[in-house]
Design a protein. Structure first.
Lengths: 237, 225
């Protein structure tokens, strides 16, 4: 199906012709993104959470981080986002340290943490448009409404978020997944406070994202099925 | 360049919309300023000569305290609801976002004080020209207070009792602004030229506008760890 495959290598050079590997079996053109974590160590205060952690994630792959409460799942995700500097080790995107890429890397990442990052005083629509604006996406009103409707918030688009329930607020936050053009989704407990229908919807979104050669790293304590791809898992202990 | 400007306006507009929906926060700063300034004539007594001499200092110190009052809220709401994490992950420079927030903070907490000044000047029997210069000096100086304050607010983010620490950090740094601000009004009442004071305030404003967003952005990254 695809004539060219660009695998790993230098982030800048990967966009030049020289680095394209010709592969006669393939027919289309695609970028393969790669996140590489090598020998990562992280501690909070004096407590070492994990050390010597290494893995690589490619386009179209999904990874679940598992571990007991306090084993460092959130810290690992926050380290991957660059909020926490690792004690040791390196996180590389397309072979380049993410600290050197900075904003070029952030543009590829969508992070959804425990906190919804939505304002009580603003409506769901305003919240979604502003958070899209912060990620550098210009989102018009009809697209934003369509995204919120798909999240099951029909008729509540213009209500202030403070009158919505906890699950509905989470849906407003999750609507960002629909409007984002990020490659790497980092989701911390995306299913918290969601009902069965919403969980099914999230599974659908993950499938779509992975089919578009996206990457997902997430944590959850609830079962989450992703069709079509093998779910990799990483255990922190 | 244009994109950066648009982002700056977007962030500032967002903060202004939020401030308008939480009007109580805006009003408390302004009422605090009016009350502190009004206490002085009541406490000191109605000697117009003394009041006239005190006026610039009283108004400037009150403006300084009023701006401290609202600084704690500059980043804390965004920190608590997770928006700050998203700002750190924004594909644009964090400094631009911080500058946008500073601008909105000034429009909400600094600009109303400037506009209130003529009314308060009356209480101190200030001459019209002195009121004009005082307004100019506040117009140039209060943005600097917001910008320097933002560094303190970023550093004390998430700390318990951060408010007091914030004042201790920021107030000493605001001394130059206070000196040139009151100096300009003092000069005009003494019949001297005031342009040098205002030029220095303008220079401080330019300097702060260039450096403080970057410093505050770094401070935010440290505080978020």
């Amino acid at each position: 199906m695809r004539p060219f495959e660009i695998v790993g290598g230098d982030y800048k050079a990967a966009q030049s012709v020289e680095s394209i590997v010709y592969n006669p079996k393939l027919v289309n053109f695609r970028f393969v993104f790669m996140l590489e974590v090598s020998n990562l160590a992280c501690s909070r205060g004096d407590h070492r959470l994990f050390a010597g952690l290494s893995f690589a994630l490619h386009s179209g792959q999904v990874m679940q981080i598992q571990g007991a409460n306090g084993s460092g799942k959130t810290s690992l995700l926050r380290t991957l986002c660059g909020f926490i500097q690792p004690d040791e080790g390196k996180i590389a995107w397309q072979g380049v340290d993410v600290r050197d890429l900075a904003e070029d890397y952030f543009a590829r990442v969508l992070y959804l943490g425990h906190l919804n990052a939505i304002k009580d005083e603003l409506s769901a629509l305003e919240n979604l448009r502003i958070s899209a604006g912060l990620s550098g996406i210009k989102l018009n009103e009809s697209d934003a409404i369509a995204a919120l409707r798909r999240m099951g918030l029909k008729g509540r688009e213009r209500l202030p978020v403070k009158v919505l329930s906890q699950g509905q607020r989470r849906r407003v936050a999750l609507a960002r997944l629909l409007v984002s053009d990020a490659v790497l989704w980092i989701l911390d407990e995306p299913l918290a406070a969601l009902d069965v229908n919403a969980v099914a919807l999230i599974e659908e979104l993950l499938d779509e994202h992975l089919a578009k050669q996206g990457m997902v790293i997430f944590t959850t304590h609830q079962p989450l099925k992703v069709a079509g791809v093998e779910m990799r898992s990483l255990s922190l202990s | 360049m244009n994109k950066i400007l648009l982002l700056l306006i977007m962030v500032a507009r967002r903060d202004l919309v939020l401030a308008m929906r939480r009007r109580a926060d805006v009003l408390t700063t302004l009422i605090f300023f009016v009350m502190v300034v009004s206490l002085f004539p009541l406490g000191v007594g109605p000697e117009t000569d003394m009041l006239r001499k005190m006026a610039p200092g009283v108004l400037w110190v009150s403006a300084l305290l009023a701006s401290m009052l609202s600084l704690g809220r500059l980043f804390s709401a965004d920190y608590l609801d997770g928006t700050l994490e998203q700002m750190l992950l924004a594909p644009q420079s964090l400094s631009v976002l911080v500058l946008g927030k500073m601008a909105a903070h000034w429009m909400v907490s600094g600009l109303p004080l400037v506009l209130m000044t003529p009314v308060l000047g009356l209480q101190f029997d200030m001459p019209l020209k002195a009121v004009g210069v005082l307004m100019l000096s506040l117009l140039l100086g209060t943005p600097v207070l917001s910008m320097i304050g933002a560094i303190g607010a970023a550093l004390t983010l998430g700390l318990r009792g951060g408010g007091v620490l914030l004042s201790l950090l920021v107030l000493p740094l605001c001394i130059p602004v206070l000196i040139f601000g009151t100096g300009a009004v003092g000069a005009v009442t003494d019949g001297l030229g005031y342009s040098s004071h205002l030029s220095l305030l303008g220079a401080l404003l330019v300097l702060a506008a260039v450096f403080t967003p970057w410093v505050a952005a770094q401070a935010l990254r440290i505080s978020m760890e």
